[in-house]
Design a binder for this molecule. Sequence first.
Ligand SMILES: Nc1ncnc2c1ncn2[C@@H]1O[C@H](COP(=O)(O)OP(=O)(O)OP(=O)(O)O)[C@@H](O)[C@H]1O
Length: 307
Amino acid sequence: MRQRGRVIETTRLTKRYGSTSAVESLSIQVNPGCVTGFLGPNGAGKSTTMRMVLCLAAPTSGEALVQGRRYDQLRFPMHEVGALLDANAVHGGRTAFDHLRCLARTNGIGDSRVVSVMEQVGLAGVAKRRIGGFSLGMRQRLGIAAALLGDPGVLMFDEPVNGLDPDGVRWIRGLARSLAAEGRTVLISSHLMSEMEQTADRLLIIGRGRLISDTTVRDLLRQFDRGVLVRSPRPAELAVALTAAGATVDRDPSGGLSVKALTVAEIGDTAATHGIAVHEVTPRTASLEDAYMALTADSVDYRASDQ
Ligand SMILES: Nc1ncnc2c1ncn2[C@@H]1O[C@H](COP(=O)(O)OP(=O)(O)OP(=O)(O)O)[C@@H](O)[C@H]1O
């Protein structure tokens, strides 16, 4: 484990652009050794938060620290924090290799490291090609290579899967998880839960610049678990039996019983033991996507009219 404790920490971080509140009193902590997903609808404030962590935007109030210091106070920033913000913010006329070599030289990093990160991100074969001809997916890989150059303990990727094909998405997932397994701090933003559910261990969900939920994938599923729907001609007796077996039982609005804390098999066995007929047993585990949509429903600025 490289570091311990709160590696990225924001305290009542606020950024206003005129009357727009991009980030509002946001207090978050991002810890090492796991992938933290930074989730929120378009315009939620994810990029602005990351930009403030990197001192690319000044907070209106509050603060953002990396390992207890502001980014612009770090002695060797590239060796401490690697970030991919905007994959298109590169000089199109340069080759991939030259682009990375320029960055590396400003930080005293040798060419062999450039070669090694190009291999790591799968761009070794196009090292001598001009970036201007790169697809968005290739630019994302190049941006990640730049972030990895200094072998930093903290990595922040803003929407890294944009433009990547399924193979690329899987690659990012594996990379993020292996970086976290090495004890690094990995923060990845996305507006899609589907991208995060197999990548992130922890989820920071924001909407309209505010923290909506600081949770884990497992806790979010538990929070939105609607239980198993059970129908029986003798619901009251079944409810008593299931409760005695350890379940939490509620009346479901659809008329059946909503049963939590027992598996489908345990529910069936309990009913059989008590000789109570059961007409339906339907597990209704919420998807993470459903949970995310429910949490952010009030924070979505842009939504098609048919939704
Ligand atoms: N430089 C700026 N000037 C004015 N408004 C800005 C500026 N940067 C961001 N905003 C506004 O701040 C809000 C948050 O934007 P931000 O880009 O941080 O959101 P985001 O969560 O990263 O969104 P997305 O998923 O679409 O990238 C938006 O309403 C955006 O229009």
